[in-house]
Design a protein around this ligand. Structure first.
Ligand SMILES: [Zn+2]
Length: 109
């Protein structure tokens, strides 16, 4: 069985509610960072429900802020988190084209 699924019969009640909220926010506000072929996915191991597109961009529900936030994964070191979490740790995905830091960005030039 797939670890990441879009099969709603495999979602639990909590995951379905998260999926519904993500779709609602996507309808109301959209998400700039998501392109084409957007779908809802559920990672059965991590429990994360998220939106994803054809370029593997990932959008998570931020229920406190009532918005969809981009979840990054640094291609160099594997550090994962939102931009806000990254900034708290002195990293910055926006500034380094999706890499978490200048060091990681530089290694790929
Ligand atoms: Zn990194």
């Amino acid at each position: 069985m797939d670890i990441v699924t879009a099969d709603f019969s495999r979602f639990g009640a909590r995951e379905l509610i998260t999926a519904a909220r993500l779709l609602e926010l996507y309808a109301e506000k959209g998400a700039d960072f998501l392109g084409d072929q957007v779908s809802v996915s559920f990672n059965v191991y991590s429990g994360y429900v998220f939106l994803t597109d054809e370029d593997y961009n990932v959008g998570l529900l931020d229920s406190a802020k009532e918005q969809i936030v981009q979840f990054f994964s640094c291609p160099e070191c594997g550090y994962e988190g939102t931009q806000e979490e990254a900034l708290e740790e002195g990293k910055d995905f926006y500034k380094h084209e999706g890499f978490c830091s200048f060091e990681c960005w530089q290694k790929n030039q």
